[in-house]
Design a protein around this ligand. Structure first.
Ligand code: EPZ
Length: 425
């Protein structure tokens, strides 16, 4: 298993270009199941999860051409679901990547059948899919659980309905959007997730011929169509990658220009950074982040659905707060077990105590390099951040977590003065 070795203590300076959003590209790829024409996606990141989704779609019979697997920059994919050969998402793929469950809505809507393995729990929480299933049942799907699989049928097609999500769910909203665009009549999704990735999917569905009102709000109104057609769509920039590099500038006292970034998608993070003493400004074609020479201040943070502070940035902001002046309280409200990075940060000299859903971070003047490992993608990045700021050498194990969602991480950081390398085993 590859590892990443970092020599800390260098201020980052330079330019980093962010790629397309992994969490937008995954549902967009699943949307290709809704039409027999070609869906051409541009700005697809070269991340491990994208390859996993491509593998799953390939097993279902989707033809995929493109260059998202090779070369330095974000790639393009052409997906053609003209002749599907299967409607089952097997356990091995769903276990590897929970976003596999996103094929459920489109398969059911277009083919009247889907068999998708139940994902089970994961490192950051139990993460059930009950809300996806309840909402699909409201659209008339017959759903049974059978030997660890979701067996969903709609032999006479889905019918529009008024769905109120009891909790805003990103994947649930995406699955339902993809089901509703081919249902008969109108569907209303209330308390829908407003994450930019949901809006990106909705815009692509509109380009495919769907009629969706309320994009970007918590109420989506969809008029079902008989069929959708092919389209071209460019994936939005990755706001979590953007914000992760913004914290990299801040934690090293450096200055980064982050090209391709959209400030309006990271406002909650920019706000916390500003309170801590970091300058984040819009610039031509992206954002500029300046950490400054003074020690940063501790800020309380609570994760919330968009436009609140994203849970996918909680681990990274904690690494920053670990070095800030004073204490900060970081509260995780989305996932119940997303503090696995805490013991690892503490091994590097941080002073963090977890009390239920909150972590009290008492800032320390410095961290020291260590051997660390993490159990999920964002936690791994927080250890990279801690390593960039720490004195001495840090080795982050289980790099495959990082490879699932950050493309060319070492290259991007090396280009800005970091001393970081991959050790291949
Ligand atoms: C998406 O996961 C992202 N994944 C996650 O990114 C992200 O952390 C999360 O949204 C929250 O922003 C992708 O987009 C592929 P949810 P998702 O449904 O859709 C509960 C990363 O690091 N819930 O919005 O699975 C659930 O347990 C990842 O890139 C139910 O109870 O998240 C959680 O507590 C990790 N029942 C909350 O809702 C359901 O049926 C929000 O989850 C569905 C969700």
């Amino acid at each position: 298993m590859d590892r990443i070795r970092i020599e800390g203590g260098r201020a980052l300076k330079g330019t980093i270009r962010v790629g397309g959003a992994k969490n937008a590209a995954l549902p967009l790829m699943a949307a290709s199941l809704l039409t027999d024409e070609t869906l051409a996606l541009a700005n697809v990141p070269r991340a491990g999860d994208i390859a996993t989704m491509a593998g799953l779609l390939g097993e279902l019979g989707v033809r995929i051409d493109g260059d998202a697997g090779a070369g330095p920059d974000c790639g393009s994919l052409r997906l053609g679901a003209g002749a599907l050969t299967a409607t089952t998402a097997p356990y091995d793929l769903v276990r590897k990547m929970r976003a596999s469950v996103l094929v459920l809505g489109p398969l059911l809507a277009r083919h009247g059948h889907a068999r998708v393995s139940l994902p089970g729990g994961c490192a950051i929480g139990t993460r059930p899919v009950d809300l996806h299933l309840e909402a699909l049942a409201q659209l008339g799907a017959e759903i049974e659980l059978d030997e660890g699989y979701i067996e969903a049928r709609a032999p006479n097609g889905l019918k529009g309905a008024h769905v109120v999500f009891p909790v805003a769910t990103v994947g649930g909203t995406e699955n339902l959007l993809m089901a509703a665009v081919l249902a008969k009549g109108e569907t209303v999704l209330a308390n829908a997730a407003r994450e930019p990735e949901v809006s990106d999917l909705a815009r692509c569905l509109c380009a495919m011929g769907a009629l969706i009102d309320g994009i970007g709000t918590d109420t989506l109104r969809i008029q079902g169509a008989d069929r959708l057609h092919g389209a071209r769509h460019a994936v939005i920039a990755d706001r979590i990658e953007t914000a992760s590099y913004a914290v990299a500038a801040a934690i090293t006292g450096g200055e980064l220009a982050i090209e391709g970034a959209a400030l309006e998608h990271i406002e909650a993070v920019a706000d916390v950074l500003a309170k801590a003493g970091v300058r984040v400004t819009a610039s031509e074609g992206g954002i500029a982040v300046a950490g400054g020479d003074n020690r940063l201040r501790g800020v309380d943070v609570m994760t919330e659905p968009f436009p609140g502070f994203p849970t996918d940035m909680q681990a990274q902001i904690m690494a920053l707060m670990a070095l800030a002046d004073g204490a900060s309280m970081i509260t995780e409200t989305i996932f119940e077990n997303r503090f696995m990075h805490v013991p690892e940060l503490n091994r590097m000299g941080a002073n963090i105590n977890v009390h239920g859903a909150s972590a009290i971070v008492r800032g320390v003047p410095g961290l020291s390099g260590a051997q660390v490992m993490a159990t999920d993608l964002r936690a791994s990045f927080s250890l990279v951040l801690a390593g960039l700021a720490a004195e001495g050498e840090t080795v982050v194990n289980r790099v495959y977590h990082l490879d699932r969602g950050y493309e060319r991480l070492e290259e991007k950081l090396t280009g800005c003065g970091a001393v970081i390398e991959r050790i291949r085993d």
